[in-house]
Structure formats: C-alpha cells, structure tokens
Design a protein around this ligand. Structure first.
Ligand code: SAM
Ligand code: SF4
Length: 336
C-alpha cells in the first residue's frame, strides 16, 4: 500500500510547534443540545457546503505527507454523518499507521461501534457530563441517557481504547466526583474533566465554571490522588491515579493551566476551513479552492500559510473582562 508519510517537510509554526494532530469536524449537526455548547436552533450549514468524504480524505493525505499521523473525527455529532465508518476506512487506507479516533456523544454507538471497529477506528472518547439520568438529560436537553450508557458499554465490550469526557460544571461535577471515580474503577476507564470554556453565546460561563484545582481539593478531602507522568509531551490532559491505581481521573485544564506552548493541533471545520486554534476566529477557507481544482502543493501552501499565523496563546479566560469574540462560531460549528 502506498503511504505518503513525511514526503514533505513538517508543518512548523512561528513558535516552533510542529503540527502533529488534526481534528476534523464532519458535521455541524447534533442530536443533543448540551446547554454549554449548542443553541436549540443553530444555523446549520447546507449539505453542499460540508466537505465530502473525498475532500476530507484528500486533506488527510496532504497533511499526512508532512508527517502528521493523528487524526480525530468530531463534530457536531460525528455519528450523525451518514456512512461515517466508510470515512474511517478510507482514512485508514491512506496509511494503516494513521491513528484515527473519534469524539462522540455515544448515543449511536450501540449500532455503530462494531462497524467503526471493523473500519479500523483506533479509539473513542465519549462525553458523559453526569452519571445521573435526570441531570444528564437536563444538560443535553434530550432524553438519551440510557442509549449513551449502552453505547459506552458497547465500546468497552468491543475493546476500544475508550475515555470518558465530562465538562466540569459547578453544582454537577462537584456533587458527583465520587460517582465518577466509582465509574472509572468499575468500568476500568479514564474519566477526564474538561474545564468549561467560554464561547460566543455561552454567557453563563462564570456561573458554572469549576477549576481543576477545586475538583482536586474536593477529592483530597476524601481520598488520595496521585499525579501520573505525561505519556506524551503534547498530551493536553494531566492524569491522576486513585484507589491504588484502580481509578484514573484526568483533567483538561484549558482555562486555568493552558497548554498553548505545546499545542500541536489544528482543526478542519465541517464546512472546509482550516482553523489553527479553537479560540481564535482566524480561519482559512479551502473548500472553494479545492473545488476550483488547486493542486495538492497549492493546498499545502495555503495550509502552511494559515498555520504560520497560529497565535502564541489564547487570552486568559478567567480574567473578568474576557469576552469571546462576538463574531465567532459556537463550539459545535468549529468542531470540539
Ligand atoms: N458531539 C461530540 C461530543 O459531544 O463528544 C463531539 C463534539 S463536542 C463539541 C466535543 C467535546 O467538546 C465534548 O466533550 C464536549 O463536552 C466539549 N465541549 C463542548 N462545549 C464545551 C465548552 N464550552 N467547554 C468545554 N468543553 C466543551
Ligand atoms: Fe452535541 Fe457534542 Fe455539543 Fe453536546 S457537546 S451539543 S453532543 S456537539
């Protein structure tokens, strides 16, 4: 099989960060309406403005030619994209050594997990902000708790490398910490708390924010928690072991301990723009250019140019006067 790995020089930004991780949003649609993420009636892109599988695979090939071998499929809700397992299969065909993972709300995993496994998907992150049915359904504004739990079971049964993502929310996470630790232990799965990030249309950020340190302090009041060394220098999470290593809790502390200096990721939005940072509205549209028939070389030049504008770091979110850029998209339109 022809593998295009590293035939072109790596993509390195102005701050010497070598891009190694790409998050591809395959749809802006979602079957949940998580209160911190998506308005009830968001402005979805029309189908013709969404990248086709062929276009996504071309982008993967071009990016892989610079040595990038980690791709994550996200959204919106990626499992809503028809034939998503075919996309995974096609990406794995570019080069079997590419790692393809997915971030999903888990609702459709009961039916899709096996197909995704057969297609070669390497790992799944499943979002679960509460282990309590009523609280969970209140947060997602839908009644899908049971399907998500079944989806998690299915992913674990199939032996997927699985992680659980929980957005840390004051009044929810702090009351459920012990249940999450139990969950990690019982299911032998890492649970990662993500600090709530401010986005446009997310004006309650300060009311619900709870930091990594606050959660750790709450855990320490009850039990021992020990930080584990980072497995990878670009790892965004800090992982802790509890209960003699039988439970693992991670933190993605993008607000209080931002990791911009080692950020090696970029994003491709569902409607075909390259976005160097989740928090910077800077984007380069490439869908039109691809449809106009530009060469792979030209495409790579455009990508390199926008990545060269990747900023050093995002502003401090916990400053009282921080306001997300008003013109910017909500999280689900970027691809989390
Ligand atoms: N729909 C999929 C899911 O929920 O896993 C994938 C897309 S979602 C935008 C990706 C991740 O971003 C989820 O884990 C979600 O909880 C997280 N997320 C969304 N809005 C967020 C916010 N304001 N702050 C922190 N994390 C957020
Ligand atoms: Fe949908 Fe994921 Fe956003 Fe929730 S976090 S609304 S599941 S895209």
């Amino acid at each position: 099989m022809h593998c295009t790995h590293a035939v072109n020089p790596p993509i390195i930004d102005r701050f010497a960060r070598q891009i190694g991780n790409v998050r591809i949003s395959v749809t802006d649609r979602c079957n949940f309406r998580c209160r911190y993420c998506m308005p009830e009636d968001p402005p979805f892109s029309p189908k013709e403005e969404i990248l086709t599988f062929e276009e996504i695979v071309r982008l993967v090939k071009v990016l892989h030619s610079t040595g990038i071998s980690k791709f994550r499929i996200t959204g919106g809700e990626p499992t809503l994209r028809k034939g998503i397992e075919d996309l995974v299969r096609q990406i794995k065909q570019v080069c079997p050594a590419i790692s393809v993972s997915m971030t999903t709300n888990g609702m459709k995993l009961n039916v899709l997990a096996e197909k995704l496994k057969n297609a070669g998907l390497n790992a799944i992150n499943i979002s679960l902000d509460s282990t309590n049915e009523e609280t969970f359904n209140h947060l997602i504004q839908r009644n899908h708790f049971q399907q998500v739990m079944t989806g998690i079971e299915k992913a674990l049964q199939l032996g997927f490398k699985t992680k659980i993502n929980a957005v840390a929310l004051k009044g929810i996470t702090d009351r459920e910490i012990e249940r999450f630790i139990d969950f990690s232990m019982q299911k032998n799965v890492e649970v990662r708390f993500i600090e709530l990030m401010p986005f446009n249309g997310n004006e309650h950020f300060r009311d619900y924010f709870i930091s990594k340190q606050e959660i750790i302090d709450l855990i320490r009041q009850k039990e021992e928690i020990r930080e584990l060394p980072k497995a990878d220098p670009n790892q965004t999470s800090i992982v802790y072991a509890l209960r003699n290593g039988k439970a693992r809790i991670g933190f993605i502390a993008s607000v209080t301990e931002s990791f911009c200096n080692t950020c090696n990721r970029i994003r491709i939005t569902a409607n075909g723009t390259i976005r160097p940072c989740l928090h910077d509205p800077l984007e380069e549209p490439i869908r039109f250019r691809m449809r106009q028939g530009i060469s792979d070389e030209q495409l790579l030049t455009i990508i390199r140019n926008v990545i060269n504008k990747k900023w050093k770091e995002h502003p401090e979110f916990n400053l009282l006067d921080y306001k997300p850029p008003l013109s910017d998209r909500a999280m689900m339109l970027i691809g989390g």
